[in-house]
Design a protein around this ligand. Structure first.
Ligand SMILES: Cc1ncc(COP(=O)(O)O)c(C=O)c1O
Length: 457
């Protein structure tokens, strides 16, 4: 029997699990590293302990001190449980969209939680990192963990996760797959495995679609904890120092849909309840496995448990409300009202004036009442968009009704979003073909897989 002298001893030492059923039909062996078995429930416990210990050694955190961090949850949970055990106060800044379960967990460990806006430019004082830094600077005895740039974050994995995988596979691992948030896991583990294998282990970053890491444009995503979105108004695209990109041999891009439904499959086919970053990594591992042979062994990191997301990825209402879940046949749903295949919508940079917008839309040859979505400029004129990126909806007609020199957004007309799988009745009068003239001139945007992919005709 294992006897721990402290809760801190219950961090690390997680098992590998052979994925028999999910890996059925592919040639390599696939092992999952069960990071939800860490005492605080995620891979981030390792980084939290390592960063706190390094701060103590450096004299940055002293008895009675305060641990401060900006985090989407798991690092905060790790920090607050280590802080609780060692007698520090913990103050966590988290994005408002963080799953409710994780916020409750933080509070359960005694952390003071401040929710902050989660889609603001990096230079904005309201940005998560700036809020946490300002609090730390004005609080005596406070130490800011700075997981994105703290070398003790990847070091935790070079000292524990990497050696554990190497030992537990008896050196047979050939491919290591992990999702990337701060990059601590992939960098520390990847560094160790490459050294141990004389460079033979291939390191694969499983990256949410649109994430900058894998070359996406930085548009928002639903996979909480991994990937690198970028607010278009951020002057610089700052990548974490914890992420050693030179170690990555390959990026595999995984959509929100694949991440979420691969997590569902893990629960239903293997009895493994995991979050969407685990789903992302697993989807990438399965995709990679198709290209490998019997002599290969893949180890994939499953960072946390699906218990953190029972109100989101595992909740049918949440899934349906964002267009991730649709009935088997479209009859009676919003999708049945779409006359063309939902490929995307007209997009226009939201910083244009009405006059500039009119010129641009004429050049695209669009009709006077075709809805155009004003979005923060990513240089895109057509495609799907995350609803939080929409600043307003205009038409050539509405733009003609405002002063040409005013911002295009002053011509915004009412709009709302509705998921493709919801009943037609939810669209109300605007979608009712019998409602005739006088119906609300409201644009109804259709959400498919969490993104605006069409408007109702
Ligand atoms: C759920 C989840 N998955 C994956 C990661 C990524 O781990 P890392 O920061 O080590 O890259 C995080 C990090 O916060 C996370 O919370």
């Amino acid at each position: 029997m294992t006897v721990y002298e402290s809760i801190l001893d219950a961090i690390g030492g997680t098992p590998l699990l052979r994925l028999e059923r999910l890996g059925e039909g592919v040639r390599p062996r696939i092992y999952a590293k069960l990071e939800f078995q860490n005492i605080g429930g995620s891979v981030k416990d390792r980084a939290a302990l390592s960063m706190i210990r390094a701060a103590e050694r450096a004299g940055l955190l002293e008895p009675g001190g305060t641990v401060v961090e900006g985090t989407s949850g798991n690092t905060g949970i790790g920090l607050s449980l280590v802080a609780a055990q060692l007698g520090y106060r913990s103050v966590i800044f988290a994005p408002a969209a963080t799953a409710a379960e994780k916020i409750r967990l933080l509070r359960a460990f005694g952390a003071e939680v401040h929710l902050v806006a989660d889609f603001v430019p990096r230079s904005d004082p309201g940005h998560l990192a700036n809020r946490a830094a300002a609090f730390a600077a004005s609080t005596p005895g406070a130490w800011l963990a700075l997981q994105y740039d703290n070398p003790a974050n990847p070091q935790a994995h070079a000292e524990s996760t990497g050696p554990e995988i190497w030992t537990d596979t008896a050196g047979s691992v050939t491919h290591f797959v992990a999702s990337v948030g701060t990059g601590g896991t992939i960098s520390g583990t990847g560094r160790y495995l490459k050294q141990a294998s004389d460079g033979l282990v291939q390191v694969i970053a499983a990256d949410p679609e649109h994430s900058r890491y894998g070359g996406g444009n930085g548009s928002l995503k639903y996979t909480e904890g991994a990937g690198h979105p970028l607010h278009p108004a951020s002057k610089e695209d700052i990548w974490p120092e914890a992420f050693d990109t030179a170690l990555v041999d390959k990026y595999i891009s995984v959509s929100d849909r694949d991440a979420i439904f691969t997590a569902h499959r893990a629960a239903r086919e293997e009895g493994l309840l995991i979050g969407a970053t685990g789903g992302t990594a697993l989807a990438a591992a399965l995709n990679l496995a198709e290209t490998l042979d019997e002599e290969h062994t893949i180890v994939v990191v499953l960072p946390d448990s699906g218990r953190n997301y029972l109100s989101t990825y595992f909740d049918d209402h949440w899934l349906a409300s964002l267009g991730f879940l649709e009935p088997p046949t479209p009859e009676g749903t919003i999708r049945s009202l779409l006359t063309t295949a939902p490929a995307g919508v007209q997009l226009l940079a939201s910083d244009l004036t009405a006059a500039e917008a009119v010129v641009e839309l004429h050049s695209r040859g669009i009709t006077p009442d075709e809805p155009v979505f004003l979005v923060l400029d990513r240089g895109q004129s057509f495609g799907t968009v995350h609803p939080r990126e929409v600043m307003g909806v205009v038409t050539l007609r509405s733009l003609g009704d405002v002063e040409p020199a005013t911002p295009a957004v002053t011509a915004a007309i009412p709009h709302r979003t509705i998921a493709a799988g919801l009943p037609v009745t939810e669209a109300g009068a605007a979608a009712d073909p019998d409602s005739g003239a006088g119906a609300t001139p409201e644009v109804i945007a259709v959400l498919i897989d969490g993104r605006i992919a069409a408007t109702l005709p």
